[in-house]
Design a protein around this ligand. Structure first.
Ligand SMILES: *Cc1c(COP(=O)(O)O)cnc(C)c1O
Length: 404
């Protein structure tokens, strides 16, 4: 059982006021809040051992290197990767996806097929469209149904021996749908295709085992799971990371440089050119330790309670429609009030100290499917409460009165 009142004390920001009202933070799908334990790790780094890593003989550099590599191992253990060198530090999910998409330029040829889904964030669409433009590969799309689920029989029909790569998210940021990724991965492997799973939205809700999934690439951002912005991870199976060429050239990623020929460093350094976000990587490790200590089973069952409660209370409002009604979903509620623009509701809620997101949530194909410009999205984290949901429901009622 999760003790939410104790947990909330770990997050300094949760006790602030916004527009004279206690902050109700329901924009967790965009970025999560940061506990004191992670803030302390950041302060500790800059106060005590700020130094560049890997090349230094001096004590500070060695301490920073040790902590950075320890964070890599924390991430490895969390995602159950086989090797620490399969964990590549990046600046986030977007960077991780671009790294892989760029690498596949060397592996795809004209007429090859790659598969995406309708439920994706733009960062899991656009880099692949760019890849298709460069290579002449063809982009196929798994459709969705009105519940916000992927149509798996259509996925089966898209797969063939031409399919080289499938990229889908684990959980949709716009609707909260949990996709059947194990089935997607197994079916892709049956035709010899590799799979990249965008775990940005899953990482705060579920503990993923990349070996059990047998996924080829899994990507996530620290800032969605209580860590800082500007750091994330690319997990890749060793055999795939060895096949991909480096993404960026520079320091740290080389074995030897001469003007005749440069040889590249071993994994993971081959993909980590330049000075990384050292403090961010260490704080990412601290964030994972924090969440693992609370436990993902406890987090999931508490968030499900919030989801059920919020869904039921919001649906009591007449004219309110929820988008994304899969039985398999996380604590994201995307909704609209009939005849009212989502932006106007978001603005009124902000006046009451309630932070939600309005718009297309970087997932325009989903909005096109429903023929709407956007939604109001309330996304709950394990530090939110039913009392806060009550405030949201009151706020939405008020907004409806003011706007209709
Ligand atoms: C947030 C998010 C991204 C983008 O992550 P960045 O940290 O902005 O790179 C991609 N996909 C999904 C599903 C997301 O929720």
């Amino acid at each position: 059982m999760l003790k939410v009142e104790n947990i909330r004390k770990d997050f300094p920001i949760l006790s602030r006021h916004v527009n004279g009202k206690p902050l109700v933070y329901f924009d967790n799908a965009a970025t999560s809040q940061t506990p004191q334990q992670v803030i302390d790790a950041i302060v500790d780094y800059y106060s005590n051992y700020n130094a560049n890593i890997h090349r230094g003989v001096h004590t500070l550099s060695q301490e920073a290197t040790d902590k950075y590599e320890a964070a890599r191992q924390t991430i490895q253990n969390h995602f159950n990767a086989k090797h620490a060198h399969e964990i590549i530090f990046t600046s986030g999910t977007t960077h991780s996806i671009n790294l892989v998409a760029n690498g596949f330029s060397a592996l795809l040829k004209k007429g090859d097929e790659v598969i995406v889904s309708t439920l994706e964030h733009h960062s899991n669409i656009v880099p692949w469209q760019m890849l298709c433009e460069r290579t002449g590969a063809i982009l196929k799309v798994i459709p969705m149904n009105v519940e916000g689920e992927l149509v798996m029989s259509d996925y089966d029909a898209l797969l063939s021996n031409k399919t080289k790569l499938v990229f889908v998210n684990h959980i949709s940021n716009a609707l909260g749908t949990i996709n059947p990724i194990k089935e997607i991965i197994d079916k892709a492997h049956n035709v010899g295709a590799a799979v990249l799973v965008d775990g940005a939205q899953a990482c705060p809700h579920v503990k993923t085992d990349v070996q059990a999934l047998d996924v080829d690439f899994y990507v996530a951002s620290a800032h969605k799971m209580c860590g800082p912005t500007g750091v994330g991870v690319l997990y890749g199976k060793e055999v795939w990371l060895n096949k991909l060429p480096p993404y960026q050239g520079g320091g740290e990623m080389i074995a030897e440089v001469t003007f005749k020929k440069t040889t590249y460093a071993e994994l993971p350094h081959k993909f980590e050119a330049g000075t990384p976000n050292i403090c961010g990587g260490i704080a990412f490790g601290a964030a994972i330790n924090y969440m693992d200590n609370i436990g993902f089973d406890a987090i999931a069952s508490y968030e499900n309670e919030l989801l059920d409660y919020g869904t039921q209370k919001l649906l009591e409002i007449e004219g309110l429609k929820i988008y994304g009604t899969s039985k398999h979903k996380t604590s994201v509620i995307s909704f609209n009030l009939e005849g009212i623009h989502p932006y106007d509701v978001g603005t009124i809620l902000d006046k009451m100290g309630i932070a939600v997101r309005t718009g297309h949530h970087c997932a325009q194909p989903i909005m096109d499917f429903y023929k709407i410009p956007g939604t109001i999205r309330a996304s709950f984290a394990f530090y939110n409460t039913k009392t806060e949901i009550d405030a949201l429901v009151e706020g939405v009622k008020k907004a409806k009165m003011m706007l209709s």
